[in-house]
Design a protein around this ligand. Structure first.
Ligand SMILES: [Zn+2]
Length: 386
C-alpha cells in the first residue's frame, strides 16, 4: 500500500459521513442572494472546523452570507496553505424542495452538489483525517476560506481573498474536477459590461418622429460587439441580455445590454475592453439617444505559474498511483483561485470530486471520485510540509 492508496482507504472509510453531510448542506437553499441559507451552510462547516481546532472568524456582508476565515497554526517550517471554497450556489429559493439531494448508484445529484458543497465536505474530512494522524506538523498553517458570493463573481470578497492570498505560499481551490479528471491549471479573464440607453418615448401612431428608440441604439451594437470575439484565440464577446421598452405602440425610452467578455490573459482583456468601449460610446445614429457604460474585467486571468505546474505534476503522480484519469485544463471561466494566482501564489484548481453538467439542473457527482480526489487533495496538503 502506498501513501496515496492509504489515504484513499481513509477517505473510503469516511464516505458515509461525507455523503450525510453533503446531503444536509445540499438540502439548504444557499443561492448567492439568500444570506440566511448561505450562513446555515457555513454554520455546519464552521462547527466542524472548530472541532478540528481551527479558529473561525465570520464577517457579515450586507445582503450576503458571511465571509468565513478559519485558521489553524501548525508551527512547522513548511508552507502556509490557503484552501478556497464557497458556500453559495447559482440556485433560487425553493430549489432544494423541488430538487433535493438524491443518490442513485454511483451518482449523487442536487443543487450545488458538485459546485461545490460535496467538495468542501470532502476537503474538511481529508484535513481532519490528516490532523487526526498527526500528519501535518510540518505545515506552517492552514487557512480555510469560505466565500459567500463566488457565483456572482465575488464582488465583495475579492479584496479579502487577495489579503489572505498574500499571506499564503500555496493555494488549493475546490472547484469541481472535470469529467475524465480535468484539473484547472489556468483560467482566462472574465468581464461584464452593462450598457444603458436612454431615448425618448413617443406614441408610434401620433408622434413617431418625436421618439428616439433606446432599443434601436443598443441593437445596432450587438453585431459589432460580438464581432470583437475570436473564439480560437480565447477572446469572446457575447451579448447575454438585451431588453427594453414598455409597450408595443411606444417608442422605447430605455433599454439595457449586458455583455460578457472572456480573454486568455489580462493584457488581451484590457485591449478587448478598449475596443468595446470605443464601439459602445460611438454616437448613436439617433443623436438624441445617450448610452451609459459601466463594468470591466471582474476576474483577472489565472496564469499557469511554475509553482502551479509543480503542484499539477504532483497531483498527476498521485492519480497515476490510484489508476485514475487526470489532465490539465485551462478554463475560460473564472474562480476565486484566479485572485490568488494573479498575485503569484502557486494555485491548483478543480480539486473537488468529478462533476458533470455543472450548474445545470442535471448536475451530478461521481461518488467514487469523492474517495480518490479526496486522497489526491490530502496528498497535496501533506506534501506542502516539505
Ligand atoms: Zn464554484
Amino acid at each position: 500500500m502506498t501513501e496515496i492508496t492509504r489515504l484513499a482507504a481513509g477517505m473510503e472509510a469516511m464516505l458515509p459521513e461525507i455523503l450525510a453531510m453533503s446531503e444536509r448542506v445540499v438540502n439548504i437553499d444557499s443561492g448567492s442572494y439568500l444570506a440566511d441559507g448561505v450562513n446555515a451552510v457555513i454554520d455546519v462547516w464552521a462547527g466542524m472546523l472548530t472541532g478540528m481546532g481551527f479558529t473561525v472568524e465570520r464577517k457579515p456582508l450586507p445582503g450576503r452570507g458571511d465571509q468565513m476565515t478559519a485558521r489553524l497554526s501548525l508551527g512547522g517550517n513548511g508552507k502556509r496553505l490557503l484552501v478556497l471554497g464557497h458556500a453559495d450556489t447559482v440556485w433560487p429559493a425553493g430549489i432544494a424542495a423541488e430538487w433535493p439531494f438524491a443518490r442513485e448508484g454511483d451518482r449523487i445529484t442536487g443543487p450545488g452538489v458538485g459546485d461545490m458543497k460535496t467538495n468542501v465536505v470532502m476537503a474538511l474530512h481529508a484535513i481532519r483525517m490528516l490532523l487526526a494522524e498527526g500528519a501535518l506538523g510540518g505545515l506552517a498553517s492552514i487557512t480555510f476560506v469560505i466565500v459567500p458570493d463566488e457565483e456572482i463573481g465575488s464582488p465583495q470578497s475579492r479584496a479579502w481573498i487577495e489579503d489572505e492570498s498574500r499571506n499564503a505560499d500555496l493555494c488549493l481551490t475546490l472547484e469541481p474536477c472535470r469529467p475524465e479528471g480535468g484539473m484547472v491549471v489556468g483560467r482566462g479573464a472574465v468581464g461584464a459590461v452593462y450598457l444603458t440607453a436612454t431615448g425618448i418615448t413617443a406614441h408610434v401612431g401620433s408622434a413617431r418622429e418625436k421618439g428616439a428608440s433606446a432599443i434601436a441604439a443598443l441593437a445596432a451594437l450587438v453585431a459589432p460587439l460580438e464581432a470583437l470575439g475570436d473564439p480560437p484565440s480565447g477572446l469572446c464577446a457575447t451579448v447575454g441580455i438585451l431588453r427594453g421598452g414598455e409597450a408595443r405602440q411606444v417608442v422605447p425610452g430605455s433599454a439595457e445590454l449586458h455583455l460578457d467578455l472572456r480573454a486568455p490573459d489580462d493584457a488581451s482583456g484590457e485591449a478587448l475592453l478598449e475596443e468595446v468601449r470605443a464601439i459602445a460610446l460611438r454616437p448613436p445614429a439617433d443623436a438624441r439617444v445617450s448610452i451609459a457604460f459601466r463594468g470591466g474585467f471582474t476576474r483577472p486571468a489565472f496564469p499557469t505559474l511554475d509553482g502551479t505546474k509543480a503542484l499539477y505534476a504532483l497531483a498527476e503522480g498521485f492519480c497515476a498511483e490510484l489508476g485514475i484519469p487526470v489532465h490539465a485544463v485551462v478554463s475560460r471561466g473564472g474562480s476565486d483561485g484566479s485572485f490568488a494566482a494573479r498575485l503569484g501564489v502557486p494555485t491548483l484548481d478543480g480539486l473537488g470530486p468529478i462533476t458533470h453538467e455543472t450548474c445545470s439542473r442535471r448536475e451530478w457527482v461521481e461518488v467514487p471520485s469523492i474517495v480518490t480526489r479526496g486522497a489526491v487533495l490530502a496528498g497535496l496538503i501533506a506534501s506542502a510540509q516539505g
